[in-house]
Design a protein around this ligand. Structure first.
Ligand SMILES: *Cc1c(COP(=O)(O)O)cnc(C)c1O
Length: 230
């Protein structure tokens, strides 16, 4: 499938989900996750009108950066090793995976300007997933005050791999409530307006529960091997 065709389909679903809960589709930023696909395919996504690209490894991001540069807005969505921060810091618009003070320290040290970060929360508390347990998030964000190059724009989560709609909904709702809790503190360095949640299988539910950023790979640009199939 062409990215442009997938995009039409996904935009329809975004609209429908927004309509259901009286939101405007303009409130939902679509991030095309290109980690499975080639630079060519990422380019196709840009041609189709996509602006935001997401990568979960520094190698993947740097390889595509070689060709695409800062034409797209880059989102770093994967686990970030502290020693890799310097490789990506001046290339990304957002880091979605801040989950520890040592990482904040390194970002703060390497950044030449304010870096927009999201705190990754492991709402479902699956061991395989990264991120802070919900009960630590408030204290963690309060501890970030000294890092003047870090702006906490919101929260990010990955929902459990399940078709159970209630379970997904609860996960997204918990993240939204946590965001509200943080916003109530009115911290100048943590406006916390964004909710990065929802992937190919669950983005409609995420939108119904308040997502402002959805991260879509498979359903939009395809998975590994997609290009050979075309
Ligand atoms: C791979 C990935 C996605 C996209 O997943 P799809 O199911 O292919 O849409 C979203 N977020 C993160 C953090 C990812 O690693």
């Amino acid at each position: 499938m062409k990215v442009a065709d997938n995009l039409i389909h996904i935009k329809q679903h975004i609209s429908q989900a927004c309509q259901k809960v009286n939101r405007s589709p303009d409130e939902v930023k679509l991030i095309a996750v290109t980690k499975y696909v080639s630079t060519e395919r990422a380019k196709e996504a840009l041609t189709a009108g996509i602006v935001n690209l997401g990568e979960n490894r520094d190698e993947g991001l740097l390889a595509k950066w070689e060709e695409l540069g800062d034409k797209p807005l880059w989102h770093f969505i994967g686990t970030l090793q502290t020693r890799k921060v310097k490789n990506i810091i001046d290339k990304v618009e957002y880091i979605h995976s801040l989950d520890r003070i040592s990482l904040a320290e390194e970002i703060n040290k390497r950044a030449g300007k304010k870096i927009k970060c999201l705190v990754q929360v492991n709402v479902s508390q699956e061991e395989s997933k990264h991120g802070l347990a919900p009960e630590y998030v408030v204290d963690f964000i309060k501890d970030l005050r000294p890092y003047e190059n870090i702006s906490i724009e919101g929260l990010m989560t990955m929902a459990p791999l399940t078709d159970d709609e209630e379970q997904l909904r609860n996960c997204f709702r918990t993240l939204n409530e946590l965001r509200q809790q943080i916003r109530n503190f009115n911290l100048d360095y943590a406006p916390c307006t964004e909710l990065s949640m929802g992937m190919s299988n669950d983005f409609e539910i995420a939108i119904e529960e308040g997502a402002t950023m959805i991260r879509i790979g498979t359903a939009l640009v395809g998975e590994a091997g997609e290009e050979e199939k075309r």
